[in-house]
Design a protein. Structure first.
Lengths: 346, 478
């Protein structure tokens, strides 16, 4: 177990080096000053305590939690592409509750996060039910529901949830009791990051140590054998994992509202739910690995901002690097499986 | 004599630390059928994959018609006149016969042209197929013919057939082998990878035997007998498990029972007519039938894996089931063996998985059933087919089941592994289990079963336990 984890880490590290090399080539080929650009990238992500805590780790938080949502779903063989929509619904529900009701700080924040998880779970339940009852492919339904969620959010911040002055397309600001506490004074790093780490550990334990997690992995790896040899009700297991995945994504949205934005915005998420797919795949659907890849992506995206600002490099080049990383990971996985099969013979 | 059609000389191939082939050689003369024998893992498939350009040898030479070749891919081998039919079909079920033949070709797809080619080849070779038929509608034997036709459409002169009869009914297998024999004349040659010694001896001109990656015997089939081949394959005579029990011994109480159980599939087609039968403790009930005649449904009813459309079944909760398609139905290739063991009780496992204990049980099972694996944490994918099958059988026998239902338990296994599976089944029967066994190998049914049920077109009959009666019943004759 340990040696294989170590190998996974070193593989990802090697691939990351390769991706950075690729970034260098792209920068050089497009006529940018490579030194300036990479310096800006590093400065914005890990160049200072502030960049690391308030930039990288704050950006990593929603990627981490949504990445766990994707991990859980994919492990169960559920291709939930709808983390973005579930995250937005979670954010909306959390904001609504936070604006409507205040109790003691811990209860308010707790209730708000719970509301987010509930809303994300309900949003996923739509697609999960369509799959269970009518066999609708979740790749299609969750993708479509992302658009529905996005436009629903647009209507909310211009309609029922718009701030009192009715000028800006956003909600009113949450009271301080509804905000996640700051972990390190002077930074913007909030407790959501720690919650994400706790969730990652919990998900790792669920998948590895518990019978429920084992059934989830079975259904994801071979649903036919799970039913025939294991007598597991594969449809129900997948349904449960689907909804739990949505709840995690909704939780990520609530954390973002309560820890960073303190209000509901139309473009609250710069595609966290989509980047989360990359984060989860790069971690090879290993929950603890997701911590690492989420921080890596957080760093890349935080660095991309300063690279754009200081070196005039469009931040999308970072997306190119992210995409190449995913392709490399998927390819190496396939290659490894083929090699094992070839060795076994027939 | 002209140069051999295909010659592999001193081939060595390593995968990591494993040496799959160690100076193996085979010489196939034009106009002959050459049987390639060996246990699982002896290197038969690896050697033929090298001949077909799918693998590049670490050392050694490949010669086609006397000319040395270095194939970088199967495409090169096809261009040199080789064709290979794999054990697992590589057909696209949704496409037609003609489209499958065209697949992998070059240039424009011309429906009429390809259809003509299929008809021409049919006329020339006797492998007649309707070019417009969808592959998914074809019976297995026709799919097998199509696989061969695909190779011939690329002008193959040397055909490599990997276990071609494994999925065929006895009569179909006989027809196929006769066809191979007729085809392999002139500048044609065929290599037959097989586990069936009888096939090898009946149609092959020459025989080559591999053992642990080395060629241990190669000579004309004339004058060879089965025991010589077994000796060569194993390096020792086969210790045959003897049937310790007389056939007449009375079986115990009823364990599995069907009461007018009928199965209708999703499209409304009756797969199994209302059937009433019982299996008692301490007997092996053989099931015979051509692929697709309803035997799969009968077995799944008895294993409690299928609910009847009407009627009822009496099946205890603890029935071991060894399905034919183990990759799809029985194991998770990407999981370690310990998790594949835990798969059996996944639905009723305690909330916290007792992995430490399960790991111990897995190691015990590996030792007890002689499954060759590096340990409980080895991935299922890294095991050979025979060892995977032994693992599944072992798993299904753990936890004191009262009944065991097995489907083609020895398909694709080498003789030693097959014999070990058979003796496990006998031992299970003798320890009081109710055993139901379907196999397409009629001799195996007759050798093992105490009674036999024959399924033909969804109707179940119970003929006398002899080859002639069972064979007639399989064809629907009364």
């Amino acid at each position: 177990m340990n040696t294989s984890a170590l190998r996974d880490v070193s593989v990802v590290a090697a691939l990351t080096m390769f991706a950075l090399l690729l970034l260098t080539i792209i920068l050089a080929a497009t006529g940018h000053d490579v030194g300036d650009a990479l310096t800006a990238l590093a400065r914005g992500s890990v160049g200072s305590w502030d960049a690391l805590l308030s930039g990288t780790l704050v950006r990593a938080t929603p990627l981490l939690i949504a990445g766990l949502a994707i991990t859980l779903a994919f492990r169960a063989g559920v291709l939930n592409i709808g983390a973005e929509g579930q995250l937005l619904m979670g954010a909306a529900a959390a904001t609504a509750l936070g604006l409507a009701w205040h109790g003691p700080a811990w209860l308010t924040v707790g209730g708000l996060l719970l509301a987010g998880a509930l809303a994300g779970g309900c949003w996923a339940a739509v697609a999960a039910t369509l799959r269970l009852r009518f066999g609708v492919l979740e790749v299609i339904s969750t993708l479509m529901l992302n658009f529905v969620a996005q436009y629903l959010l647009g209507w909310l911040v211009r309609g029922p949830m718009q701030e009192p002055t009715r000028i800006y397309p956003q909600s009113a600001t949450l009271d301080t009791v509804a905000r996640l506490p700051i972990v390190i004074p002077g930074s913007r790093l909030h407790a959501g990051f720690l919650l994400g780490i706790v969730l990652a550990v919990a998900l790792a334990i669920l998948l590895r140590r518990t019978a429920a997690g084992f059934r989830i992995r079975l259904v994801g790896a071979n649903p036919v054998a799970a039913v025939s040899a294991g007598r597991v009700d594969a449809a129900v297991v997948a349904f449960g994992a689907f909804i739990a995945s949505g709840a995690l994504a909704g939780f990520a949205g609530a954390v973002e509202v309560s820890g960073v934005t303190f209000a509901l915005y139309e473009n609250l998420s710069p595609g966290y739910g989509f980047s989360a797919i990359a984060v989860a795949l790069l971690a090879r659907l290993n929950p603890l690995g997701v911590i690492g890849t989420a921080v890596l992506f957080g760093a890349l995206e935080a660095g991309a901002v300063s690279m754009q600002r200081d070196a005039a490099v469009p931040s999308v080049v970072v997306n190119v690097v992210e995409a190449v990383l995913i392709l490399l990971v998927v390819a190496t996985d396939r290659w490894r499986a083929q090699r094992l099969t070839a060795q076994a013979g027939t | 004599m002209s140069a051999p059609a295909l010659e592999l000389d001193a081939i060595t191939k390593r995968f990591g630390a494993v040496t799959a082939l160690d100076g193996a050689a085979i010489t196939v003369q034009a106009g002959t059928v050459h049987a390639l024998l060996g246990e699982n893992g002896a290197g038969k498939s690896t050697l033929m994959r090298i001949a077909f350009g799918m693998l590049v040898p670490d050392a050694g030479a490949v010669r086609v018609n006397g000319a040395a070749r270095r194939f970088a891919s199967a495409r090169d081998a096809i261009a040199a006149g080789l064709g290979m039919v794999h054990q697992h079909f590589s057909l696209v079920p949704a496409l037609t016969v003609a489209e499958n033949v065209a697949l992998g070709g070059h240039g424009r797809f011309d429906r009429a042209l390809i259809a003509n080619r299929v008809r021409e080849l049919g006329d020339a070779t006797g492998l007649v197929l309707d070019p417009g038929a969808a592959v998914s509608t074809l019976p297995v034997s026709a799919q097998q013919r199509l696989e061969i036709l695909k190779a011939l459409a690329r002008n193959a002169r040397i055909l490599i057939l990997d276990e071609p009869t494994a999925v065929l009914a006895p009569a179909e297998a006989r027809d196929l082998l006769q066809w191979v024999k007729r085809w392999a004349t002139g500048d044609h040659a065929a290599v037959l990878i097989t586990h069936h010694l009888r096939d090898a001896l009946s149609i092959a001109d020459d025989v080559t035997v591999l053992r642990r990656g080395r060629t241990v015997l190669t000579r004309a089939a004339d004058g060879l007998d089965e025991s010589t081949l077994v000796m060569a394959m194993l390096g020792e005579p086969l210790s045959q498990g003897t049937d310790e029990r007389a056939r007449e011994t009375l079986a115990g109480s009823t364990v599995l029972a069907l009461h007018a159980a009928r199965v209708v599939d999703a499209r409304g087609v009756q797969r199994l007519a209302p059937t009433t039968c019982a299996v008692r403790a301490g007997e092996i009930v053989g099931v015979a039938g051509v692929e697709g005649s309803g035997q799969a449904e009968l077995l799944r009813l008895l294993a409690g894996r299928l609910s009847p459309t009407s009627g009822s079944v009496t099946v205890p909760p603890s029935v071991g089931f060894v399905p034919a398609d183990r990759h799809r139905d029985a194991v998770v290739l990407d999981m370690p063996l310990v998790e594949n063991l835990a798969l059996k009780d996944a639905a009723s496992a305690p909330p916290w998985m007792p992995w430490r204990q399960l790991r111990g049980e897995t190691s015990e099972l590996l030792a007890h059933f002689d499954v060759r694996a590096s340990g409980a944490d080895a991935e299922m994918r890294s095991l050979s087919g025979g060892n995977q099958q032994k693992f599944v059988l072992a798993r299904e026998l753990t936890g004191a089941p009262t009944a065991l239902v097995v489907e083609n338990p020895t398909r694709g296994l080498d003789i030693r592994a097959a014999e070990s599976v058979r003796s496990r089944l006998r031992a299970a029967r003798n320890s009081g289990l109710a055993v139901v066994m379907y196999t397409e190998d009629l001799d195996e049914v007759l050798a093992l079963a105490d009674r036999v049920l024959v399924v033909h077109a969804g109707e179940v009959t119970e003929p006398a336990l002899d080859r002639d009666a069972v064979g007639r019943a399989m064809l629907g004759a009364r």
